[in-house]
Design a protein around this ligand. Structure first.
Ligand code: CTP
Length: 412
């Protein structure tokens, strides 16, 4: 049996600090070894003794405690764990991290660590929404730090509501587990023998032989997903709408134009172990496309385009009674209320996971090389830092490979 994973939990000051006690217990239930560091402010809310009693270990609070330096210095605390979790994380600690401060034990550890870090913020909604905090969070995401929450709701201060509450403990545990699973090395051929279908790019819906309805999807994320799956040894079928990208190495590419063709190509490629729907499929087609070019007529009103709804390929595949892939992953491209829409899509589409992103023009995601996504699974929501589309693909495919391996192990 492998040795238990070790988590360093940093608790900073705030009314939510008491929830960290519950978090320790739930992590211990899952056989994690938890060691606790508290900031000075945190000790005003919960005593170190409470954590010490739970962990059966000393709690670290002071950078200049000589005993600590002799027995276990902050560098060892920073490196001897598999992951570092900050829950709750105050605006002040986030600001210090973003600025690279190291004037107390928590910040010194965070500056010295080479391990994955997950931050669970908790603060007043005004503080969370303040430009300074927004800048700091963006900076840390660019540095590769992961965030979970904050959740929306009533605050301890009377009459205050909005984003700022520490996420609930089960959601935190799920995010920690996912952090640990993606932080560990991936087997190079972990998808050998598996078939992965990826849809990608836009679709073009014909108006007449020279005109079409389309969208701005570049296909880059889907192509990276196909590449990442092939690298892990999968047989990959990439069903791609019209894009200008070169075929990824070692991938079977089926080029299609319209949504209906994309649907037929996906059906024809079944069975598959994983199906990922990254395409921006047109929701509507022209009800009766013209076979001849529609001519301008100065004497008549402009033509009216009558639309008909396209089949929802993801939904149809996810609800199949036969040949349903073991893992069905959809995307949710949104321009507002990203998480609300994505949560609804997770339910209505029947997908196992939804990757949600904000595709408003100012994000530069559509057509760009970077992506900021939220992963919605049955276990909760993970918000990934800003990453290249290649990294998003590698991380998602690695998680999918682990998920399949765990499913297979459970079935055996
Ligand atoms: N999708 C699909 N077939 C369609 C429409 C969407 O397979 N006809 C898939 C997309 O590939 C994506 C997911 O469904 O994985 C969500 O697509 P999105 O465009 O975000 O949502 P829609 O279902 O089209 O809903 P809306 O346009 O109202 O946001």
């Amino acid at each position: 049996m492998s040795s238990p994973k070790r988590i360093l939990l940093i608790v900073s000051g705030g009314i939510a600090a008491y929830k960290a006690l519950e978090l320790v217990r739930r992590l211990q239930d899952r056989r994690y070894r938890v060691r606790v560091v508290m900031t000075k402010a945190a000790t005003e809310f919960v005593t170190p003794l409470s954590f010490s009693a739970l962990t059966n270990d000393r709690v670290f609070t002071d950078l200049f405690d000589l005993d600590d330096e002799r027995e276990i210095g902050h560098i060892r605390l920073a490196r001897d764990h598999d992951a570092i979790v900050i829950a709750p994380a105050t605006a002040d600690l986030i600001a210090k991290m973003a600025g690279g401060h190291a004037n107390d034990l928590a910040t010194a550890i965070l500056l010295a660590t080479d391990k994955p870090v997950l931050v669970a913020p908790a603060m007043n909604p005004h503080m969370w929404q303040h430009q300074a905090t927004r800048r700091n969070v963006e900076q840390l995401k660019r540095d590769g730090v992961r965030f979970i929450g904050p959740a929306e709701g009533e605050m301890a201060e009377k009459g205050e509501a909005g984003p700022g509450r520490l996420v609930e403990v089960p959601e935190l545990v799920a995010a920690i587990e996912s952090l640990l699973s993606t932080a560990s090395p991936i087997e190079p051929q972990s998808l050998a023998g598996r078939h992965v279908i990826v849809t990608s790019g836009p679709t073009h819906e014909q108006i007449d032989p020279v005109r079409y309805l389309a969208n701005r999807s570049s296909g880059k994320q889907g192509y990276e997903l196909a590449t990442a799956a092939a690298r892990l040894g999968a047989r990959v079928t990439l069903v791609s709408g019209p894009v200008t990208l070169a075929d990824p190495a070692g991938v079977t590419v089926v080029r299609v134009t319209e949504a209906a063709e994309m649907q037929r190509a996906v059906e024809a490629a079944l069975p598959a172990d994983i199906a990922i729907f990254a395409a921006a499929v047109a929701d509507w087609r022209i009800a009766s496309p013209s076979t001849a070019k529609i001519k301008k007529n100065a004497d008549a009103a402009p033509p009216t385009l009558v639309l008909a709804e396209n089949a929802d390929i993801l939904k149809e595949i996810a609800h199949r009674k036969t040949k349903r892939p073991a893992l069905v992953i959809g995307f949710a491209a949104e321009t507002n209320d990203v998480l609300e829409h994505a949560k609804r899509k997770l339910k209505t589409k029947g997908a196992d996971w939804i990757v949600a992103n904000d595709v408003s023009p100012q994000t530069g995601i559509m057509g760009g090389d970077r992506n900021t996504v939220h992963l919605l699974t049955g276990a909760g929501i993970e918000s990934w830092p800003d990453m290249s589309k290649a990294d998003v693909a590698r991380q998602l495919i690695a998680m999918a490979a682990k998920h399949l391996a765990a499913k297979r192990a459970a079935a055996e």
